[in-house]
Design a protein around this ligand. Structure first.
Ligand code: FHN
Length: 609
């Protein structure tokens, strides 16, 4: 150990969380943002960098590929049971003459990212800065000495990006009393763990927080709650208080080991690895994600996601008030793998054309799954509200229907069109029909701006028209339900679709706005294994009822020869309904299964004729 400063005096600051409404360029939905995190929700998109000693192994040790199928290459030390001294021989592979963190920052900038977060110390315990606390650092093994954190900090400052630092506080495979999972078999005492904490974690954090200028965030990585770990809440509070004392503006993520709900002073929630948002949250949150699978460089990586897939993840998160932290795993010579660089640059070009729909934007008040053809982001500027329709799949008939907004847009245009040539539209009650240009303007995702003179009221709980020319009435978009109401998620790799098991008389109700007179076909999808002719289904709409008894749907083979037999969901025609005039229509479905029998109900489909 180098000189250890043990006499830190911690000021315990009580930080009162300012639940300031984010007053400018904000989405209406995101209200619980503290003042520290304002830049963060504005930025929306950042770069994660996993780079360290493990990058020299590239997922292979002594000819053997990383053990364990989760294939996180940065875990090779632990997974392949490498000796501590031998592990550092990987540093022989590093070409220090070509390693230049500024290039990563330049890439982040070109990619349209607004912040970078580097693994200053990952689980292997090796510090990427010149640490006075431990010899287990990059300065000790480079001649002349390198300090990657300093080089990155300088580059971030030069190029105007915020710098975040990942610090593995819970797990540390280097310190004899740091946590590794082996200690579940060979336990240590809490006092020993505290020794690691006080002599490595706290002083190293103090170094990072005092020697490198402004730190945008410290990204901790305890992916379980502290109550299930050796780390005590007091230790976590000590760490957080140190951050608040030394860098009051620095953000702290929930993988500190404390949830945002438990401690609102935690600035943002971190979702699981490669987990993207599924619902809107009022406080800041972020998905950490990879371009393929591993975080550290892995020579056998083969799960590359396309640029469009990655971009859709970013859009999805922003539409739910979240951020995306997308990872690069550079090689031991500093190079960023081609597949990563190419995708990042492609998304960066898209952001040059469409960044308005991401930066400073957030979700909109319509339900996430209201439309099956787009995700929606929004922002308010100077009283004007813009909603951005992100359309990956250009409609062949060049027509889009936006459902649920009563106000008439003041203007509609393509975001990528610098001339803002107006797109024609017709607005009727709660449906705006856009007449789009023939050609899809963007090969990845095209963005249409719909502008309103003020924030428009929305009518939720209306079924919007689907891409397949009709209305899909499901448990997700019904306005009322009684009886059996629990949704059963998809099973057997989706071959059993999401449904509701109806075992009592149940009713479901939907509301649809139909724009003109027409004759609609009505179908219902269900699985029923009882006798045909028993039980009853009744769909009532516009004072007409369509009644039929249940039909046995039989079984179905998912894949041959693997005993994959499931109950079949079949579509049954319920008849045709004449819609006499434009207006709101209620559809009410009543299902009455025979005694002691179940009907698995999936959807009702209203087809436009
Ligand atoms: O174990 C780490 C892993 O190596 C990687 O750093 C990710 C990034 O989110 N975090 C942990 C697992 O969740």
């Amino acid at each position: 150990m180098k000189s250890l400063s043990t006499s830190f005096k911690y000021l315990f600051l009580t930080i009162t969380l300012c639940l300031l409404p984010f007053a400018f360029m904000s989405s209406q939905a995101q209200s619980q943002v503290n003042h520290r995190a304002e830049w963060f929700i504005d930025a929306r998109y950042g770069m994660f960098i996993h780079w360290g000693v493990y990058s020299g192994a590239e997922g292979v040790w002594k000819g053997e590929k990383l053990r364990y199928d989760n294939d996180y290459a940065e875990w090779i030390y632990y997974r392949n049971r490498i000796e501590k001294d031998e592990y550092l021989t990987l540093l022989d592979k590093f070409d220090w003459s070509t390693i230049n963190p500024e290039e990563w920052v330049i890439l982040a900038k070109k990619a349209g990212m607004k912040y970078v977060t580097l693994t200053a110390k990952h689980h292997d315990g090796f510090a990427l800065w010149d640490s006075q606390v431990s010899d287990y650092d990059v300065a000790e093994y480079t001649h002349p000495k390198r300090d990657i954190v300093r080089e990155l900090a300088d580059a971030c400052k030069k190029h105007g990006l915020k710098m975040g630092l990942y610090y593995s506080h819970w797990v540390d495979w280097e310190h004899p009393f740091g946590w590794d999972h082996l200690k579940e078999i060979y336990p240590i005492e809490p006092e020993q763990y505290d020794q690691y904490w006080q002599e490595k974690v706290i002083p190293q954090m103090q170094e990072l927080l005092t020697n490198y200028g402004d730190i945008g965030m410290i990204w901790f990585d305890m992916w379980i709650h502290h109550s299930r770990s050796i780390v005590s809440k007091e230790q976590l509070m000590q760490l957080k208080d140190l951050i608040r004392e030394l860098q009051p503006d620095c953000l702290v993520n929930s993988r500190l080991g404390l949830s945002v709900e438990e401690d609102p002073d935690v600035d943002f929630r971190t979702l699981g690895d490669n987990r993207f948002g599924s619902r809107k949250l009022d406080y800041p949150w972020q998905s950490p994600a990879t371009v393929a699978h591993s975080w550290g460089y892995h020579a056998f990586e083969n799960q590359w996601k396309s640029s469009t897939t990655l971009l859709k993840s970013l859009i999805n998160n922003v539409s739910l008030n979240g951020n995306l932290l997308l990872n690069i795993g550079p090689r031991a010579n500093g190079d960023v793998p081609f597949e990563i660089e190419q995708r990042l640059l492609q998304i960066g070009e898209w952001l040059k054309r469409n960044g308005d729909a991401i930066y400073g934007a957030g979700g909109f008040d319509l339900d996430k799954n209201q439309h099956d053809w787009c995700q929606i982001t929004s922002k308010e500027e100077g009283g004007v509200c813009k909603i951005y329709l992100h359309v990956p799949n250009w409609p062949l008939d060049h027509e889009l229907k936006l459902t649920g907004i009563q106000a008439k847009p003041s203007k509609v245009w393509l975001l990528a069109d610098s001339l803002k040539s107006p797109i024609e539209f017709v607005h009727q009650e709660v449906v705006t029909t856009l007449n789009l240009p023939d050609q899809q303007p963007d090969p990845l995702v095209s963005v249409i701006v719909v502008e309103y003179s003020e924030y428009p009221d929305v009518v939720n709980a209306l079924v919007a028209e689907s891409m397949s020319d009709g209305y899909s009435l499901t448990l997700n978009n019904c306005t009322e339900k009684t009886g059996s109401t629990d949704m059963i998620p998809a099973q057997r790799f989706g071959s059993v679709p999401p449904h509701i098991s109806v075992n009592q008389k149940s009713k479901y109700r939907w509301r649809v706005y139909i724009e003109k007179p027409m004759v609609m076909t009505m179908d219902i999808s269900y699985s029923y294994q009882g006798e045909s002719g028993e039980g009853r289904i009744k769909l009532t709409a516009h004072d007409e009822s369509f009644l039929q008894s249940l039909t046995h749907t039989g079984r179905f083979v998912g894949e041959p020869n693997v005993d994959w037999q499931i109950e079949s969901f079949n579509s049954h025609s319920l008849g045709k309904l004449a819609i006499p005039a434009a207006g709101y229509y209620n559809f009410e479905l009543e299902i009455k299964p025979p005694k002691d029998q179940t009907v698995d109900f999936q959807w009702v489909w209203l087809g436009r004729n």
